[in-house]
Design a protein around this ligand. Structure first.
Ligand SMILES: Cc1ncc(C[n+]2csc(CCOP(=O)(O)OP(=O)(O)O)c2C)c(N)n1
Ligand SMILES: [Mg+2]
Length: 438
């Protein structure tokens, strides 16, 4: 008979305390109470959530098989939405519309994939629409953003059309990369101020810190928003990027999407801390924990981080707690996720809760809601039809526009010529200012 053994792990629910043993080393075993008291410093990371779920995922070995089980409190009531300090009634409604648009577009993408109209895979942000849309919605018109695969909603909020995203997945000639890339590797540095996603997790962090630094050298304090997963934030380059932003007080607004899974690795086996926002302490920057399924919390936390960036006060780390409600991508059925975990988070669906909130406040009537959703469906249908009917690229275009050719475009400062730093003994030479920041 197979024996069930649970992998040894420090429980997050009840921290274990090991008894001290001297191991024969000098000094150990000295009677307590003789040494001077040790001061413990206190750091406070605010936690805006109205619920702190108490459960953990445990790896269970059952003979040769390994699977995950969930242990803890799963029947707690769904928390209310935290009232926004900043959003007006109309902005609530506009934000709700973006979230619904985000979800409906991803349903359309899934259908296109199932009809074999997509080249490659498709990625979804199901359950994370509030996190993508409300954060992008909090940016000012000049601010920059760099989405990851789950932030397609942010692209819609910042001016991309559903057809752009659809055509990109379908590798159409009219897509942002003209059919040269099947997923999401495109940006828009001219109009929408979007830096292309980078697949190497963490690399966007120093890039966005650099965008903020570049703008500062040109006389502008901008907010540069990007997102990273609970898995991705463990990379070395994440540390380097965040640290650099903190030291230079750059306008990086970092949202850690703590969605409890990094591919098939649960968060408990990815990091040994419960709250990733605590890491802000080590970087020397403010951190905040929010409920990533509450659009008002996402908006308010990002809004405050953006204001801080505009004042030149430096970066902010926002840990948004939520759940990745689908697999890593369409090919991943996420069978490794315990069923009860999906059920717990399904009850906390960001769109359902926001809809209920708006209806209860009477800012939206059921009839207006129905009409709005029907309008979005019509719009998505038109976008899908446009994408489906648009042509594939001509063969000869494959080698075009891959490398810069003489005169193809000029690289120039966007906001102005970098200012020279002043010194008491004089002024830096123009070249020195550049070297200083190398
Ligand atoms: C540096 C690096 N290592 C590994 C990968 C492969 N990879 C792509 S996504 C992913 C999981 C990411 O998990 P997480 O950061 O939590 O984001 P989520 O998918 O949960 O949104 C991995 C391991 C990668 N792209 N880059
Ligand atoms: Mg994750």
């Amino acid at each position: 008979m197979a024996t069930k053994t649970k992998t040894q792990k420090n429980s997050r629910l009840k921290p274990t305390v090991k008894s001290a043993s001297s191991n024969g080393r000098p000094g150990n075993g000295r009677p307590a109470g003789k040494a001077p008291a040790i001061r413990v410093n206190q750091y406070g990371i605010p936690d805006w959530r109205l619920e702190q779920p108490e459960f953990e995922v445990i790896e269970v070995t059952d003979g040769p098989e390994v699977h995950y089980e969930i242990k803890g409190e799963l029947s707690t009531p769904v928390p209310p939405i935290r009232e926004s300090k900043y959003l007006t009634k109309d902005q609530h409604l506009e934000l709700y519309r973006w979230m619904v648009m985000n979800r409906r577009m991803e349903v359309a993408l899934e259908n296109l994939y199932k009809q074999s109209k997509v080249v490659g895979g498709v990625y979804f942000g199901l359950g994370q629409e509030a996190c993508s849309c409300a954060s992008a919605y909090a940016l000012g018109p000049d601010d920059w953003f760099a989405p990851m695969i789950r932030n397609q909603g942010a692209q819609l909020v910042r001016g991309f059309h559903a057809r752009d995203i659809m055509m990109q997945y379908m590798a159409k000639a009219g897509s942002p990369t003209h059919g040269k890339d099947g997923t999401s590797h495109y940006g828009d540095i001219e109009k929408r101020h979007m830096v292309s996603p980078i697949s190497m997790l963490g690399d966007l962090l120093p890039v966005m810190a650099g965008v903020s630094l570049g703008a500062r050298l040109q006389g502008k304090e901008l907010a540069c928003l990007t997102w990273i997963g609970d898995g991705g934030q463990s990379t070395g380059v994440s540390y380097e990027g965040i640290n650099f932003a903190a030291v230079r007080k750059l306008g990086l607004v970092l949202i850690i999407e703590s969605n409890l899974w990094a591919y098939s690795t649960p968060m408990e086996y990815q990091v040994n801390v419960k709250d990733l926002a605590n890491r802000a302490i080590g970087y020397g920057m403010p951190g905040v924990i929010i409920d990533g399924t509450d659009a008002c919390q996402v908006y308010d936390a990002t809004y405050e981080a953006v204001e801080r960036a505009h004042r030149g006060e430096g970066p902010t780390m926002i840990e948004a707690k939520l759940m990745r409600m689908k697999g890593h991508a369409i090919h991943d059925a996420a069978a490794y996720v315990p069923k009860e975990m999906h059920e717990f988070w399904r009850k906390r669906d960001c769109i359902d809760r926001f809809q209920k909130y708006l209806l209860e406040k009477k800012w939206l009537t059921p009839a207006q809601d129905k009409e709005m959703i029907a309008g979005i469906e019509k719009e998505i249908d038109a976008e899908r039809e446009f994408a489906e009917n648009s042509p594939m690229p001509e063969g000869h275009t494959a080698a075009e526009g891959v490398f810069c050719e003489d005169g193809c475009h000029t690289i120039k400062p966007k906001y102005g010529i970098p200012k020279k730093a002043k010194r008491s003994e004089g002024t830096l030479k123009e070249t020195e200012a550049a070297i200083h920041f190398k």
